[in-house]
Design a protein around this ligand. Structure first.
Ligand SMILES: C[S@@+](CC[C@H](N)C(=O)[O-])C[C@H]1O[C@@H](n2cnc3c(N)ncnc32)[C@H](O)[C@@H]1O
Length: 215
């Protein structure tokens, strides 16, 4: 099993053991993104690393059309079940974000991810993913993402894997520094960077809001 397959299997097993791992309510950045996307007139959202869908369901409830992508296929099936009548505005895609995103150029109004970019993704993989996100976003479209950063209590703990990554409890996390945020903003305007905390640890994160420059 490769390191990537091991991470994928670890997520699948963790979700199976914890049907509401992050709770059923939208996250704070999810609630922020719903408000922002609706205010900006967005209709279509691509959510990367949707997991069990706490934020996917909030986007759907707000009337948005959502493509939810994750490599944990069973978690995606659970979102479809929970969506009820809103499922007609939901498409799920089981895919690895290391591969090109399976969407046409300039086809979505907004891209969102909560704690996906800080997964086991190397800096070159993140740069390729950022380029893919710019490709699928329409000019002027919004990109909101969150990442754990170098001020997080787990940064430096566990096994150092290089390139800012540490393995702790079976999960690999890439802790972002500010230079990485700026590097991934190429071709976009950085509208906002807000620190926040989540959970009991607590996880220390940044919420980043970008606008794709056009055309
Ligand atoms: C920390 S969880 C966050 C889940 C969800 N965004 C939330 O906040 O509730 C990270 C998610 O990213 C997914 N993931 C990690 N690496 C991935 C990859 N290379 N491709 C696709 N999904 C990935 C995992 O399966 C998991 O659902």
């Amino acid at each position: 099993m490769t390191d990537v397959e091991a991470q994928q299997a670890h997520w699948a097993a963790t979700f199976a053991a914890h049907p509401e791992m992050y709770g059923g309510q939208p996250s704070a950045p999810g609630a922020y993104a719903v408000e922002l996307f609706v205010r900006e007139g967005c209709r279509t959202v691509l959510e990367l690393g949707a997991g069990q869908g706490r934020d996917t369901l909030a986007f759907l409830r707000a009337g948005l059309r959502v493509t939810a992508l994750d490599y944990a296929a069973e978690a995606l099936a659970g979102i479809e079940q929970s969506a009820g009548a809103d499922a007609e505005r939901l498409a799920t895609v089981a895919a690895d974000v290391r591969r090109p995103l399976p969407l046409p150029d300039a086809s979505v109004d907004a891209v969102y991810s909560h704690m996906l970019l800080n997964m086991a993704l190397t800096t070159p993989e993140l740069e390729a993913l950022a380029a893919e996100i710019r490709r699928v976003l329409r000019p002027g479209g919004l990109h909101v993402y969150t990442v754990r950063h170098t001020g997080d209590a787990h940064c430096g703990a566990g096994t150092a894997l290089g390139d800012g990554m540490f393995e702790n409890g079976g999960f690999v996390v890439h802790f972002f520094d500010r230079a990485l945020v700026d590097r991934l903003a190429t071709g976009c305007t950085l509208l906002d960077l807000t620190p926040f905390e989540e959970g009991d640890l607590p996880r220390r994160l940044w919420r980043v809001t970008l606008r794709r420059e056009g055309p």
